[in-house]
Design a protein around this ligand. Structure first.
Ligand code: SF4
Length: 63
């Protein structure tokens, strides 16, 4: 199972991830991502990859 993780040493709270993977990521009141459930269902893997590539800080990792 693919999982998504935020590298907090890099994340700047740009919020791009929440726009591209809104099924899994919401933003807190400061614009930082909240991942309630890191497991990525197969139908969301493409969107998760796009979100990871689009993160300006390279802070979103898939495993
Ligand atoms: S896009 Fe990247 S830097 Fe921006 S909130 Fe998401 S993980 Fe953090």
């Amino acid at each position: 199972m693919t999982t998504v993780h935020v590298d907090w040493t890099r994340c700047d709270g740009h919020g791009v991830c929440a726009r591209l993977l809104h099924e899994k990521i919401t933003l807190d009141e400061w614009g930082f991502p909240l991942v309630a459930d890191p497991e990525i269902e197969p139908y969301l893997v493409g969107a998760a990859r796009q979100a990871a590539v689009a993160c300006p800080a390279l802070a979103l990792r898939l495993q």
